[in-house]
Design a protein around this ligand. Structure first.
Ligand SMILES: Cc1ncc(COP(=O)(O)O)c(C=O)c1O
Length: 409
């Protein structure tokens, strides 16, 4: 989706886009300043400032800005030591990039079904399998890529502990979840004020990866970030992202690296939005809360997860219908009205490159969620009047689905 409302498939302009960027004149001014001072490429103060501010915002020791969320995941896996023939376990219900990095490394992908509470990977199944392999002396995966789906954190406590116990690197794919995290403990021991996360997504695993493409919580046009508390890992990510060039004037490279660094122009675009992130999160969470209020308790609709221990960032709001037919009816009617909506991600085990991968937990929950789920307009700038239209169309589709009302072409 682009800000004009044209869908990524280019098929139709939507008057109400799914997820528009939150840009203003200040962002244009930041890019203009970057052009004026000449620091437009992959070095310089804008890039460092963005990395420092991002690390501070999520509470990580280091942040390395890269060209995309996909590049962030690829580099995270490489510095975790993933190579040919290793196993990487990845959430099944996610965007395809969550698994592609493992394949770039030559690793074998094992998918993990969703659980129903948060729609994220089923950590109970995963921990059981790690323990079972340990008991039988079987090889463990090299890494787990845990996705925070649509901005709702995955419950990582038990999983992080199991990964530590079994020597498996936990990588968080927080591409969709910037601004989300875990709520402060109820005992008041956290200094963080209520209503904000006390721990950000991306900071529980050894490495956390974020995306800044055009539809995310914050956009740099295209871009991504790797965060970690381990300065050695951060250094290796930075080194690999810059063609593995050794310091000094000579063109001396000690590895086959990548041209994965984020250009400073993009970093300048991100920096101002980062300063406004709280506002963006608040606005998107308010959109999600309004959908929940409108759909909760309605026959035929199930609202999106919002667990008390989690602080969702509200990136994309979604709702579950009773079945695929009703979901598709609502989708068709929204599109007819010029409103962009999308099904949930297609589970990876249904996609050609990952069809043959084993699925821990079987994949039935991810499949069902994908068939019943619909993502709804969620921009921070979504007008309440437009949201009312979305809600009315969804409710009508549910009410009319059984009465044989035709779907207009
Ligand atoms: C869960 C998830 N992982 C990874 C990515 C890849 O990020 P990028 O598009 O910046 O490469 C995305 C989205 O684009 C995503 O939604």
């Amino acid at each position: 989706m682009n800000p004009t409302g044209r869908s990524v498939d280019g098929s139709r302009a939507s008057s109400v886009p799914l997820s528009a960027p939150d840009l203003c004149d200040l962002d244009a001014e930041a890019v203009r300043r970057c052009v004026a001072d000449g620091w437009v490429s992959t070095a310089g103060p804008h890039l460092t400032a963005f990395e420092d501010a991002f690390a501070a915002a999520v509470g990580a020791r280091s942040a390395v800005a890269v060209a995309s969320g996909t590049a962030a995941l690829h580099l995270a896996l490489l510095v975790a030591g993933v190579g040919r023939g290793d196993e990487v376990w990845v959430s099944d219900l996610t965007f395809v990039a969550s698994a592609n990095g493992a394949r770039y490394c030559g690793a074998d992908v094992v998918l993990v079904d969703s659980e129903r509470v948060t729609w994220n990977l089923d950590t109970a199944v995963l921990c059981e399998e790690l323990d079972r392999r340990a008991r039988h002396g079987r090889r463990q995966p090299k890494a787990v890529v845990a996705v925070h789906l649509l901005g709702h954190p995955a419950p990582l406590g038990m999983l992080a502990e199991a990964c530590r116990r079994h020597g498996v690197t936990l990588i968080e794919d927080a591409a969709e979840a910037l601004g989300g995290g875990w709520t402060p403990p109820a005992d008041g021991s956290s200094p963080v004020t209520a209503g904000r996360p006390c721990r950000s997504v991306g900071t529980i695993g050894e490495l956390g990866c974020f995306s800044f493409n055009g539809n995310k919580m914050l956009t740099t046009g295209g871009g991504g970030m790797v965060v970690t508390d381990d300065p050695e890992l951060a250094g290796r990510v930075r080194h690999l992202a810059t063609q593995a060039k050794l310091p000094g004037l000579a063109y001396d490279h000690d590895l086959v690296g990548f041209n994965y660094r984020m250009p400073a122009l993009n970093a300048a675009l991100g920096l101002g939005q980062l300063a406004r992130l709280d506002r963006t999160v608040e606005a998107r969470r308010a959109v999600a809360d309004r959908y929940d209020a409108a759909f909760s308790g309605r026959a035929g609709l199930t609202t999106q997860p919002d667990e008390a221990w989690a602080y969702r960032c509200g990136w994309l709001s979604a709702v579950l219908f009773e079945d695929r037919d009703r979901r598709d009816l609502a989708l068709a009617r929204l599109r007819e009205a010029g409103i962009e909506a999308r099904p949930l991600w297609t589970p990876l085990h249904h996609l050609a490159p990952y069809r043959d991968c084993p699925v821990l937990g079987g994949g039935a929950v991810a499949t069902e969620l994908a068939e019943r789920g619909l993502c709804l307009p969620s921009s921070a700038s979504l007008a309440e009047a437009d949201q009312h239209r979305v809600v009315a169309i969804v409710r009508d589709a549910v009410a009319g689905a059984g009465s044989g009302q035709p779907i207009a072409a």
